[in-house]
Design a protein around this ligand. Structure first.
Ligand code: ADP
Length: 306
């Protein structure tokens, strides 16, 4: 069935992305909580219709590691995209100072399974693998969102912000600078996956902007420097080896999803219990505490003004 705006009760804002706002909504006919993303596009109706049709493939993207798609519609020049509400939000906001190895393993295996599913079943390359596009819920599930299914939509979202955090593989950075957009293969997603793992481990983006004087210097480091690795003191040899196989600079030599799943790091993950529910609960509590600390230090000076 098709979702429309009249069926939705709008609740709080969940976050702002590069292209629009995400709100929590209630789908009244089914009583299902959803997340609705608003994407503002100055396009004519025919193009908006084409985007809605292309997004339809998402109804087939049903897997435990993929955020469920409920439907999309447009009003005026905005596309509204409704998906499963993930009540712990995106991974980047739950990291703290970095995650323990068993959690890292569970996230890695979920991401690889999700990416492999998209590729094998739907011939989709994600194209935007990064911690903000990995969502978590209090049931301890880890799911991917925001993958590129609509050529028309990608074209319309002007790639204005390369941003100061590039998860792009070296061959893509080189390719883009030669204006060659045909270089994107599935192994570019594997690089972004490896980089995301390091961010999860150390609690920050591995090429920190304060180390590089500008974006050009940062991209140069990705293309010409040695790839980063997991910290030796915190992670096992298997974990470090797994990540290093994602971050091989030559795309043809990088690990495939099948190899990554068969690697001892993920084999160990498949054999152990990981308390993801407990980890999510603690991570949310920690975040709440940080938030309260910030508000507590901000409020007194503001109060003294009145
Ligand atoms: P970006 O463009 O940076 O990828 P998005 O527009 O996808 O960001 O999302 C903005 C924020 O909204 C995310 O960081 C996340 O916290 C929240 N969000 C997005 N999708 C969902 C969802 N399905 N459930 C809960 N929160 C979400």
């Amino acid at each position: 069935f098709a979702i429309n705006m009249d069926q939705l009760q709008l609740d709080e804002e969940l976050g702002k992305g590069n292209y629009g706002t995400v709100k929590k909504v209630l789908h009244k006919p089914t009583n299902v909580a959803m997340a609705m993303k608003e994407i503002r596009l100055e396009l004519e109706e025919a193009k908006l219709n084409a985007i809605i049709m292309e997004l339809d493939i998402l109804h087939r993207a049903v897997a435990p590691e993929i955020v469920e798609f409920y439907g999309a519609f447009f009003i005026e020049s905005c596309v509204y995209y409704c998906m499963e509400y993930m009540d712990a939000g995106s991974l980047d906001k739950l990291l703290g100072a970095g995650v323990p190895e068993d959690v890292l393993g569970r996230v890695a295996s979920s991401m690889v399974k999700g990416l492999k599913f998209l590729k094998d079943e739907l011939q989709i390359i994600h194209r935007d693998v990064k911690p903000t596009n990995v969502l978590v819920n209090r049931k301890g599930q880890i799911k991917l969102c925001d993958f590129g299914v609509s050529g028309q939509l990608e074209k319309s979202l002007a790639k204005t912000n390369i941003g100061c955090q590039s998860y792009m593989a070296p061959e893509r950075i080189k390719g883009e600078s030669q204006n060659n957009l045909g270089t994107y293969t599935v192994s570019s997603d594997v690089w972004s996956l490896g980089l995301s793992m390091i961010e999860l481990a150390i609690g920050q983006y591995p090429y920190p902007p304060e180390t590089y004087s500008n974006v050009f210097a940062q991209l140069t480091a990705i293309v010409h420097g040695d790839p980063p690795g997991l910290p030796e003191d915190k992670y096992s040899e298997d974990a470090r080896d797994w990540v290093s196989k994602c971050l091989i600079k030559t795309p043809e030599r990088r690990a495939t999803y099948t190899e990554l799943l068969a690697h001892p790091f993920l084999e160990a993950d498949s054999k152990r219990e990981v308390d993801m529910i407990g980890w999510v609960k603690d991570a949310l509590a920690h975040r709440e505490q940080q938030h309260n600390l910030v508000t507590a230090t901000l409020v007194p000076p503001l109060a003294s003004l009145s």
